[in-house]
Design a protein around this ligand. Structure first.
Ligand code: ARG
Length: 298
């Protein structure tokens, strides 16, 4: 089953047929003391260079951390590094995995933009100290891969969803599928405002997903529809301006989401989720919100 799937007719399983994988019980965050918008590498950053209110960003980040603390056993906080303003988005530098013997492994990213490449070794230090087996991608064959920003584990299952087109390449998914013997469902991203999979696709639990449908191709939508029985859709305003789909549900019950996503929050509540609203306004200036401000690990 270790292959990269790009269309519905290649799907030979349902979510319930897949091997279980323990749900991560730790969240990793990076303190935003050096967070700012210093350059433009996605459309959301345009016009925002130099506009971050650092004190407000720190307060918002603390509130996100407090919300995360309600959903997992432990929140691990790493220091930021001067000169790496995007390191706070620690969904991006790695993709951890728990193997079938309960061993911890991680694939380190190759950041798409030169501005972010130096973040990766700092995050790798934590994985080393936490006893992870570390895999590096072959940069001669693979141009880019931005970790959990694009590569998202199905809730509680050995199935990876991988976005490609802007920040991560298909070759990275071929490596992961082979290395960990897991299927990868690859989804093409075409709208630059939704440049990472986590900007338009939020797995809530085994059966439920929150998406912005317009960010996907027809083929991609058919794959999503085949694997989830409960699909919640965000509209353009909530998805693009408020990053509704960059919400996160670490425990499959509680959803932490940017404040003001009224329509999505009504749908989430109706579906039985408990919604925790936080303000990530300063981070939205950089094209990131709740999901990207953390890494799910073990
Ligand atoms: N400014 C950052 C970038 O463009 C934001 C990253 C947001 N992360 C995410 N997983 N969506 O790389």
């Amino acid at each position: 089953m270790s292959k990269v799937i790009t269309s519905k007719n290649e799907l030979s399983f349902k979510a319930e047929d897949l091997d279980p994988m323990p749900v991560p019980n730790k969240i990793l965050m990076v303190k935003p003391e050096h967070f700012s918008v210093d350059y433009v590498i996605n459309p959301h950053m345009e016009g925002n260079v130099g506009t971050v209110d650092k004190k407000l960003a720190m307060e918002q980040w603390e509130a996100v951390r407090a919300a995360f603390e309600k959903t997992v056993d432990e929140v691990v906080v790493l220091d930021g590094v001067e000169g790496l303003p995007d390191m706070v988005f620690c969904a991006n530098q790695s993709l951890p995995y728990m193997n079938r013997q309960n061993g911890k492994e991680v694939v380190m990213s190759i950041m798409n933009s030169d501005m972010r490449k130096a973040e990766v070794p700092h995050i790798e230090e934590w994985y080393t100290s936490a006893g992870y087996e570390i895999h590096h991608l072959n940069y001669k064959k693979i141009s880019d891969f931005e970790g959990m920003g694009d590569a998202i584990w199905h809730y509680g299952k050995r199935l990876l969803w991988g976005g490609y087109g802007f920040r991560s390449s298909m070759k990275a998914y071929e490596f992961i599928a082979e290395t960990w013997n897991v299927p990868v469902i690859a989804l093409k991203l075409e709208n630059p405002s939704f440049y990472h999979l986590d900007t338009c696709f939020c797995i809530l639990n085994e059966d439920s997903v929150l998406i912005y449908p317009e960010a996907f191709t027809k083929k991609g939508l058919a794959l999503i529809e085949s694997m989830f029985t409960n699909i919640i859709e965000a509209d353009k305003h909530e998805a693009e301006e408020l990053f509704a789909c960059n919400a996160t549900s670490p425990d499959g019950k509680n959803v932490v989401i940017q404040r003001g996503c009224k329509k999505v929050n009504t749908k989430l509540t109706e579906a039985g989720f408990t919604v925790h609203e936080v303000d990530t306004g300063e981070f939205l200036k950089s094209g990131g919100s709740v999901f990207c401000m953390k890494m799910m690990a073990w």
